[in-house]
Design a protein around this ligand. Structure first.
Ligand code: DC
Length: 207
């Protein structure tokens, strides 16, 4: 069974994808991490993420980078969003994601274009969303918990900028697949969101 989990930054899609992988006993790939690795490598090379040549050169990152906690920062999220607008970068990362999706027994992948581009034949497609305010609040609490000094307004502005870039890019923009089930987590806590996602997958595979 292939499960595609797409959605904007801080919608809860990563948490949900991990929980689905545990529940259905499937391997999980956080595809955002691949774009984050390219963005981070690009910066380490002294490159400019908006430059196609610099972003493409950074696709040759070492796999050990995927374990680097620096990839999880907001700053690297912004770099990832920039390198991800280049079609050639998306193509360079395609095979790896596709092979993961098509492995025997299936998989759960989360990202922006899993249900539309990477695995359009997925058995279940979820699009996880939430209001900017709800996502910013979650991100704020999580960052403050890690001791990061940041304001709610700064986070909201950053999320809006990233949403805009992810939604309006020419290639593989962030849009729900036509056959995706949309789950709005604005008013749900973590357990409720996971339960809704499990129910949606069960419904998709039984119909
Ligand atoms: O999910 P995330 O915040 O880790 O993703 C970081 C950026 O990577 C996001 O702003 C857009 C890009 N991305 C993408 O274009 N396609 C994906 N499948 C996953 C992430």
């Amino acid at each position: 069974m292939i499960i595609a989990v797409d959605g904007p930054t801080a919608s809860g899609k990563g948490t949900i994808a991990k929980a689905l992988a545990g529940h259905f006993n499937l391997p999980h790939l956080d595809t955002g991490l691949l774009y984050r690795a390219v963005g981070y490598q690009c910066a380490r090379n002294g490159g400019e993420p908006n430059s196609l040549a610099d972003a493409l050169a950074a696709c040759a990152f070492d796999d050990s980078l995927l374990d680097d906690p620096a990839l999880r920062t907001e700053e690297v999220g912004g770099l990832a969003s920039r390198v991800s607008v280049h079609n050639a970068v998306r193509k360079a990362l395609f095979e790896r994601q596709r092979a993961f999706a098509m492995q025997d027994g299936g998989a759960v992948l989360d990202g922006r274009d899993i249900g539309t581009v990477i695995a359009p034949e997925a058995d279940a497609k979820l699009f996880i969303t939430a209001s900017v305010e709800a996502r910013a609040r979650r991100r704020f609490l999580e960052m403050r918990g890690r001791g990061v000094q940041v304001t709610l307004l700064e986070i909201q502005d950053d999320l809006r900028r990233r949403d805009e870039r992810d939604r309006n890019r020419d290639v593989a923009p962030l849009v729900p697949a036509e056959d995706a089930m949309v789950i709005d987590t604005s008013a749900l806590d973590k357990d409720e969101a996971i339960a809704a996602a499990i129910a949606a997958v069960e419904e998709a595979v039984s119909s």
